[in-house]
Design a protein around this ligand. Sequence first.
Ligand SMILES: Nc1ncnc2c1ncn2[C@@H]1O[C@H](COP(=O)(O)OP(=O)(O)O)[C@@H](O)[C@H]1O
Ligand SMILES: Cc1ncsc1CCOP(=O)(O)O
Ligand SMILES: [Mg+2]
Length: 263
Amino acid sequence: MSGMLTELRERRPLVHCMTNIVVANFQANGLLALGASPVMADAPEEVEEMASAASCTVLNIGTLRLGTLEAMEMAGRAANGAGKPVVLDPVGAGATRFRREAVSRLLGAMEIMLIRCNAGELAAIAGVDWQASGVDAGQGEMDVEAVAAQVARKHGCLVAVTGQTDVLADGERTVRISGGHPVMSRITGAGCLLSAVCGAFLAAGNDPFRAVATALAFYKAAGGRAAEKSSLPGSFLPAFIDQMALLEDKDLTVPEPEKEVRA
Ligand SMILES: Nc1ncnc2c1ncn2[C@@H]1O[C@H](COP(=O)(O)OP(=O)(O)O)[C@@H](O)[C@H]1O
Ligand SMILES: Cc1ncsc1CCOP(=O)(O)O
Ligand SMILES: [Mg+2]
């Protein structure tokens, strides 16, 4: 039986990204290195057609404008109608009122399969008091696993919260994925590309929880291996892209989920 990474490369999913102006090129190159096929498209005139044709749609609010928010709602509904997974990356959700309201509009307008965020963005979505810092995780106190599970239950989706250790929750089960390297937080777009990588794995796998856990493990492994070549941000970047192309199923360890104990 072939593994999920092999399956993904054979299927070469078309990943429709509605993304920010900072990371579009990095996201496209990372998806290509992984073995997926990226397409960036956010014009309202074409997003429904693109989202229906693509294998998944990834919505990223990093440099959102009102017109794009409306186009994202159209794309998300079209993806839902075509049975394709939608991933939301709520970049900087806690930074401004516009971003908070955009996230709640998107969550209300469509079925989102996965929210992939950092701790600060999770806090903003859950309404937990937090010191936001632009698009970075910021500072605060929160039981990440409990809050991720709560958000997953509320919105009926998977929630992946990344950082030194990643947490994936579906409201019933939780998995923690360690590894990677701190240099991953010193390049821009690591989270944005990961959200798109999760979309590619969701499109390739039949079990969404397992697909996202595998995507997180893949990304941690690529980051860890690249950091062995260079842990300086500039030279880490190309090494990271290379490792995404080089990794194989046998290099991945995907931990088993734990059942949530609820009061
Ligand atoms: N201190 C760290 N140590 C190891 N891996 C990290 C660290 N910080 C971030 N990562 C990894 O970097 C990737 C992007 O996560 P993160 O930095 O949380 O996203 P974002 O860029 O959206 O804030 C994830 O794979 C995460 O596991
Ligand atoms: C710096 C910046 N500003 C708006 S979007 C963006 C990129 C954020 O990327 P990531 O969340 O992956 O670090
Ligand atoms: Mg981010």
